[in-house]
Ligand binder design. Structure first.
Ligand code: FES
Length: 106
C-alpha cells in the first residue's frame, strides 16, 4: 500500500509501505521531516502527530482513549483528522492514505 506524506514546505512524498507497519515507522524510515517520534511508538510523546486527509478518516478510524488524551498535548492544532501516526497500522485498504505533517513538532 502506498502512503503519501504532505509537509508544510511543499514536501510531498509517496512511498510503498508494508502491511502492518505503522505510519510513523514508514515516515521515519523515509526521513519525513516533522515526524520526530521521540518515544519510538510507545504512545507517549505526540511528536508523531499527523492530520489524516478527510477522505481517509473513516477508514483510519478514531484515536483510542490514551491517544485521544495525548493528542490534546500535541504541539500543532488538533483537527478532525488528528492521529498519532505510530497508532495507525498500514493495511491494504489504506492504500493511497494521505497525511499532512504539522509544521513543527519539537
Ligand atoms: Fe511517540 Fe507516537 S511516536 S506517540
Amino acid at each position: 500500500p502506498k502512503v503519501t506524506f504532505v509537509g508544510d514546505g511543499g514536501l510531498e512524498l509517496t512511498v510503498e509501505a508494508a502491511t502492518g507497519d505503522s505510519v510513523m515507522s514508514v515516515a521515519v524510515r523515509h526521513g519525513v521531516p516533522g515526524v520526530v517520534a521521540e518515544c519510538g511508538g510507545n504512545q507517549s510523546c505526540a511528536t508523531c502527530h499527523v492530520w489524516v486527509r478527510d477522505s481517509y478518516t473513516d477508514l483510519v478510524g478514531p484515536p483510542g482513549d490514551m491517544e485521544d488524551d495525548l493528542l490534546d498535548l500535541a504541539v500543532a492544532d488538533r483537527r478532525a483528522g488528528s492521529r498519532l501516526s505510530c497508532q495507525i497500522s498500514v493495511t491494504p485498504e489504506l492504500d493511497g492514505l494521505t497525511v499532512d505533517i504539522p509544521p513543527e513538532q519539537p
